[in-house]
Ligand binder design. Structure first.
Ligand code: HEM
Length: 407
């Protein structure tokens, strides 16, 4: 039924407050909205009244539908309190996450071709080595440590450096820039500056690879018709998309597991569940919690008429907790079948690095449980600082200890 006639003139802003004491659960208002109206009106940060998709089926329908655009010059932030942005220029050549087909298609095809079976196999071996090195370092550093600094951040950062062929010594500066790029408190200028710094560095690296190729993705891509400028942007995109996301999945995943000790133990005693556990943690945690699309034409969806130009916020975390798709959605159950979650998106932009991310999580989290069976939080769960101010949810720090009598 067309419900547009009954809609209020004003629409609420995006609910962002998570329930007190339940850091892994989405804002409760998102659940109420999903129950009442899986597609509802929403006021964006700049005052634009658009839409919010919270139901699993509607979320998938929006992100699978090419009538909804990813072009950044059309985008608006749904997150209240984010710095108001002026007009945004179109994506630079290479920034295909912010392009529609067919511009997106050409880049996506070249990139998919560069994630070869051989490259993935080599990266998997490196993930295992890097993880083992960091477990050793943790052990030496302990019996208390910040798991974010000592484990969750360096592993994905070193893996991306390996993928791109970036010297490991340069990873610290990338880390800071990547955090700035996803920080809602950073001004757009700061965001662009961080991205620009990474891009400038990678530009030099790409021309070095052109004259002296090494065995990595950037060197491979120099044999295509992509320009140095495009390659630098693609490298910066891979860094910004693959670093914070994976790091926060590892850190927030460890936090969730330490709050569910039986499940943490299961990861150690039953290594066969690792694959399912990774999918379930992706579903349950939904670190990339909210996406945005813009209607290019009028679209009838779920009984509503979305007008051309309307922005649609897509709540990944609400979709992943939809009881119509996942029974007992608020229960973390590493043995459940969580496939169908939208944590990597869906449709043409579905995460390019998902295979690699799965390998990283599937190695790093079980390895932690095996090496540190007595791992526990070193502070009260309520004192773990949460990333409530970022496009990527997670924890700023995760103080852990493994010393003590509970072994
Ligand atoms: C796209 C999540 C790891 C590279 C996406 C999208 C999501 C996502 C939700 C879709 C965005 C959209 O529709 O606009 C995640 C999560 C990760 C992860 C949760 C970790 C657990 C990675 C890694 C890499 C990567 C490790 C790089 C090696 C990309 C790229 C895109 C993308 C390049 C854009 C794809 C396109 O537009 O065709 N990711 N990602 N991601 N991701 Fe990931």
């Amino acid at each position: 039924a067309d419900t547009t006639a009954t809609l209020p003139e004003t629409a609420p802003p995006l609910p962002t407050e998570r329930p007190a004491g339940r850091p892994f659960d989405p804002p409760e208002e998102l659940g109420r909205l999903r129950e009442r109206q899986p597609l509802s009106r929403l006021t964006f940060a700049d005052g634009h009244v658009g839409w919010l998709a919270t139901g699993h089926a509607v979320v998938r329908a929006v992100i699978a539908d090419r009538r909804f655009s990813s072009r950044q010059e059309l985008m608006r932030s749904p997150i209240p309190g984010t710095a108001a942005t002026g007009p945004v220029p179109p994506a630079p050549p290479g920034m295909f996450i912010n392009m529609d087909a067919p511009d997106h298609t050409r880049y996506r095809r070249l990139l998919t071709g560069a994630f070869t079976v051989r490259r993935m196999r080599r990266l998997t071996a490196r993930v295992e080595e890097i993880t083992a090195e960091h477990l050793d370092a943790l052990e030496r550093q302990g019996p208390t440590a910040d798991l974010v600094q000592a484990y969750a951040q360096p592993i994905p950062a070193l893996v991306i450096c390996e993928l791109l062929g970036v010297p490991a010594a340069d990873r610290a500066s990338f880390q800071d820039h990547a955090t700035t790029m996803n920080d809602n408190n950073a001004t757009p200028e700061e965001g662009y500056a961080a991205f620009g710094a990474v891009q400038a560095y990678l530009g030099e690296l790409v021309s070095a690879k052109r004259s002296a190729p090494t065995d990595d993705l950037l060197s491979d891509l120099t044999t295509t018709d992509l320009t140095d400028e495009e390659l630098a942007v693609i490298g910066a995109l891979l860094l910004s998309a693959g670093l914070d996301t994976t790091a926060n999945m590892i850190a927030l995943g460890a936090f969730a597991l330490l709050c569910h000790p039986a499940q943490f133990a299961a990861l150690r005693t039953d290594p066969g569940i690792a694959g399912r556990a990774v999918e379930e943690l992706l579903r349950y945690l939904s670190v990339a919690h909210t996406g945005v699309r813009v209607a290019l034409e009028d679209v009838e969806l779920d009984g509503h008429r979305i007008a051309a130009g309307d922005a649609v916020a897509v709540s990944v975390m609400a979709a992943n907790r939809d009881p119509a798709k996942f029974p007992d959605p608020d229960v973390l159950d590493l043995r459940r079948n969580a496939s169908g979650h939208v944590s990597f998106g869906h449709g043409i932009h579905q995460c390019l690095g998902q295979q690699l991310a799965r390998v990283e999580m599937g190695v790093a989290l079980p390895a932690l449980a095996v090496r540190f069976p007595a791992l526990r939080l070193a502070v009260a769960a309520g004192d773990v600082p949460l990333r409530t101010d970022s496009d990527i949810y997670g924890v700023h720090r995760l103080p852990v200890t493994w010393d003590g009598g509970d072994r």
